[in-house]
Design a protein around this ligand. Structure first.
Ligand code: URA
Length: 245
């Protein structure tokens, strides 16, 4: 791995911060001062900053197009878990970042990076999660306004303001069905279903499209997964503030 990447993953800052650190001459590889960001390091090397040894376990980031029927957990007594959809060699210590309901589809991130997971889920960090949903009936301005205000879903506090956009309203049997996009900044249990239920509407289909800058790769069929690109991982870390020391 390149030295600058290693230092970023060890939590020492962004690429440019790490570059400055290297220039300042405080980084050593096996006791020798290292200044080149592109220098390659091996697993057996000891990297230190100001004499303090670093350790980074290999962090992995997988994007899964979660299909319906799988629970977002590492173990379950009754249903298959999303972990079973990962390649065998990737299953060791990965966990899903947040939960999608068993019948919800779409973007699910799996990682062993607890810090990034925490940052992505923290309501304080306000990472937008965008969903596509089908809702029975006609969703009207009244519901859009209620989402904008925050909805009382029976918790101690109302939900944070959310964005509800109506994409389409189509006849379904002898009634209507609305296609909507919802943007949330938090992730409470069954949140979208409960927000609609509180407004006397029923969600009949739900799919997560994105989490912050990370968008579901639509070339992944439901049940398929792939590793995140370096660019995707860096962007998530950058926008959540996960890179700062
Ligand atoms: N809101 C829900 O109701 N369910 C999900 O799976 C995600 C958001």
């Amino acid at each position: 791995m390149r030295l600058d990447k290693y230092l970023c993953e060890a939590g020492l800052g962004t690429r440019s911060q790490v570059k400055k650190l290297l220039k300042s001459g405080v980084v050593t590889i096996n006791g020798r001062t290292a200044r080149k960001p592109e220098e390659k390091i091996e697993k057996s090397d000891t990297v230190a900053v100001s004499g303090k040894e670093l350790s980074v376990s290999e962090q992995e980031y997988w994007m899964l197009h979660k299909p319906s029927g799988y629970v977002s957990a590492t173990e379950d007594k009754h249903f298959p878990t999303v972990i079973e959809l990962l390649p065998e060699e990737a299953r060791r210590d990965l966990f899903p970042v947040g939960r999608l309901d068993r019948d919800t589809e779409g973007l699910l991130l799996l990682t062993n990076d607890g810090k990034l997971a925490h940052y992505l889920l923290s309501p304080k960090r306000h990472v937008d999660k965008v969903y596509y949903a089908k809702v029975r009936g006609k969703v009207a301005e009244e519901q859009v306004e209620a989402f904008r205000e925050g909805v009382d879903i029976g918790d101690e506090k109302k939900t944070l303001p959310a964005v509800l956009e109506v994409l389409k309203c189509v006849p379904a049997g002898d009634a209507f069905e609305s296609e909507v996009r919802v943007t949330l900044r938090e992730g409470r249990y069954h949140q979208i279903k409960r927000m609609f239920a509180a407004l006397a509407c029923e969600v009949v289909y739900l799919k997560r499209l994105s989490m912050g800058s990370l968008k579901l790769d639509e070339s992944l069929a439901p049940g398929d997964c792939r590793l995140l690109t370096e660019k995707e991982t860096e962007a998530l870390k950058e926008e959540t503030g996960c890179l700062s020391m």
